[in-house]
Design a protein around this ligand. Sequence first.
Ligand code: AHM
Ligand code: MG
Length: 335
Amino acid sequence: MVRHTATSVVTIDRFIIDQESRQPKASGELSGILYDLVVAAKMISNKVRSAGLADIIGAAGTENIQGEVQQKLDLFANDTIVKAMDHGGRLCAMASEEEADIIPIPQGFKHGKYLLLFDPLDGSSNIDVNVPVGTIFSVLKKEGEPGPGTTRDMLQAGHRQVAAGYVIYGSSTMMVYTTGQGAHGFTLDPSIGEFLLSHPNIKTPEHGRYLSVNDAYEQHWEEPVRALMRRYRGLDGKRDAMNVRYVGSMVSDFHRNLLGGGLFAYPANAKNPLGKLRLMYECNPLAFICEQAGGAATDGTQRILDVQPTELHQRTPVFIGSRGDVAIAQEMLAR
Ligand code: AHM
Ligand code: MG
């Protein structure tokens, strides 16, 4: 006898339409941006999946604005996103972690009202050892007159993001995004080339098991950060010890902690007085998702989403994850 079980298969496209229909004033432009990002994500996923096979591993020999060696896949991911997004008529400018200046919309194409900021391949130094990497994106709306977007238009605090998300190229490829109506996760079914809703309305635990931090910097941390990390490890007797998990790919560490609960931290240290991670390409989008999932994110003194950026490539210390664990950072670092 054949048994039929009830299933509910929802593609990301259908989900985006459903969410749009709940916003009576929506023009469909933001949905269009998300569709184009989905296409770019599938193309990057395909390339990442064959990274071990093709002659693509290794440095491309150029350095990005942050002075780090770019990997070839970074360049591919960057170009793929730009090509997928620059002619749709919905954006007025883009900015990438891998490019010093903003990326204008090419001549002859319409300017829309949105701005897209992205980290094309976060954690890319992990590619050649098969550790998951990811793409992170943030969408802002240009204020004022329509026309080409400028750096100034982009310097908005994270609480003004209209959408944000990431794609993780892990044991499966997943996309998690928010438009401020919860954080939702979709898993790519490679056999049909569709992202299917697999994690609706993600909620992160109030306190978590995992602590993700690179403690090789311990000697360069200030004393309050050291005390905080001792607290998370249960060494001061004030809480149970968390388990340490750090793969050095923020999207992967963040994603694990979002689902399982915990905290990802990249504090300032004497070598990197502002931390390492970028406010606009990494911390803001992940903070938006985290808050939508019931979590929190702080730089140690204020909510990440309230930081007013002054530069496109600005770095910030970050403590992000389960609300209760982030509250401990806020309390111990604000003293
Ligand atoms: P990237 O965007 O150049 O890949 O750098 C960001 C990465 C994060 O994914 C990761 O959390 C961090 O750098 C690791 O840095 P460190 O090696 O200092 O711990
Ligand atoms: Mg990055």
